[in-house]
Ligand binder design. Structure first.
Ligand code: MG
Length: 382
């Protein structure tokens, strides 16, 4: 088996390479945005034919670091799309944020099978992505642990219809807090997730619960259900990764330790299950599993995401891109924690709604949502 890995230096990228190492999966190409030192090490270990750096300012550096190799080095966003079109068994898209959309579309148009860790792809351009998937008769497997869980719960379901998806959420570091208590939380507090070790953007999204809002939209698009059919449940232990309810009331859940290598590996080896380096789950050690309702008044990103998916059109793209801009401002100490939620809600009410957006209109919506957030907080582009 041979893969192309986009976003190789991030949390999902490095764990994907753990799986490749264990099962001798060949890596044809790697791409990264920055972290040039990690990219160089990965290139020396996995000897890909191609490397792309999306940020052109690192091109000279990586080219000279790897000048003793025969690896072809490319740069720019277009180069990442070129790698996505290389003939391979699977393209793993672990790019962070909206930047993952065009490579996903490029891979599908080249009839490549895609393992997608980039949920923003299905939020910002979900209808377009699913249409492109069908037109090109290829496959799309999700790496997000919840969506992998739902997919696993449906394996063997045949024609039986699910009546409900139960999407579990850890609740993040601020579960149970009031809005007052969240006013002055720091970046360090928001970055310390109780169960999962992840990149900065998704960790902040977990703290605001925007992550669960994005995952709700991802589930609606991918599993073709209505927003009302997805119930979000807080499950602090992150053991039940999600569940589905069938028409007879039976609920099937997928359980495991909080280790992304399990869903990553399944997305690479599906339909085969192979040994995985992740720790095995002991239910007796876990002891208790708890489930509670989320508080949408405190975590208003969740409320905005629900509203956006019901509106449809470019509304999910608006909240996704407003959130990306707000999270980058928060990570750069320009705005407070609660400003993220208000940026998302206000952008949804103020950025122009488009019912059936083309790709160009999705790209325009991204710029409009970002500009709205930057001007709301009187900040320049970060
Ligand atoms: Mg997830």
């Amino acid at each position: 088996m041979e893969i192309v890995l986009l976003g190789s230096t991030g949390s999902i990228g490095t764990q994907t390479l753990d799986v490749c190492r264990m099962h001798n999966i060949r890596v044809k190409a790697l791409s990264a945005n920055s972290s040039i030192d990690i990219l160089e090490k990965q290139a020396r270990e996995f000897c890909p034919e191609y490397i792309a750096v999306s940020d052109e300012k690192y091109y000279g550096e990586i080219k000279s670091l790897l000048s003793d190799t025969s690896i072809k080095i490319l740069c720019g966003e277009e180069a990442v799309c070129e790698l996505a079109q290389l003939k391979c068994d699977r393209v793993v898209n672990a790019v962070v944020g909206f930047a993952g959309l065009l490579p996903t579309l490029a891979a599908l148009k080249a009839k490549n099978s895609v393992a997608l860790a980039n949920k923003e792809t299905l939020v910002a351009g979900g209808e377009l992505v699913m249409k492109t998937l069908k037109e090109n008769d290829t496959s799309l497997l999700l790496i997000d642990s919840e969506h992998s869980a739902i997919f696993q719960c449906l394996m063997g379901a045949g024609d039986n219809k699910l009546s409900k998806i139960i999407l579990t959420a850890s609740g993040g570091p601020f579960f149970g807090k009031s809005r007052d208590e969240l006013k002055n939380v720091t970046k360090a507090q928001a970055l310390s997730h109780p169960n999962w070790k992840m990149g900065a953007k998704i960790t902040i999204d977990s703290a605001t619960m925007m992550n669960k809002g994005l995952e709700l939209i991802e589930a609606v698009r991918y599993f073709d259900v209505s927003p009302e059919q997805v119930e979000i449940v807080i499950h602090r232990q992150s053991i039940v990764h999600s569940a589905v309810e069938f028409e007879d009331g039976a609920i099937i859940a997928q359980l495991g330790t909080a280790d992304m290598r399990i869903p990553i590996q399944l997305a690479l080896t599906y339909p085969k299950r192979l040994p995985c380096p992740a720790k095995k789950l002991s239910l007796a050690e876990v002891g208790t599993l708890t489930f509670e309702k989320p508080d949408e008044e405190v975590f208003n990103c969740l409320k905005a995401a629900k509203k956006a998916i019901k509106m449809g059109g470019n509304a999910p793209c608006i909240i996704n891109c407003a959130n990306e801009a707000a999270v980058s401002l928060f990570l750069n100490d320009k705005i407070g924690f609660l400003d993220i939620g208000s940026a998302v809600e206000d952008a949804l009410s103020n950025v122009k709604f488009i019912k059936d957006p083309s790709l160009e209109e999705i790209l325009e919506t991204k710029r409009a949502a970002e500009n709205y957030v930057y001007s709301k907080f009187k900040q320049g582009d970060i």
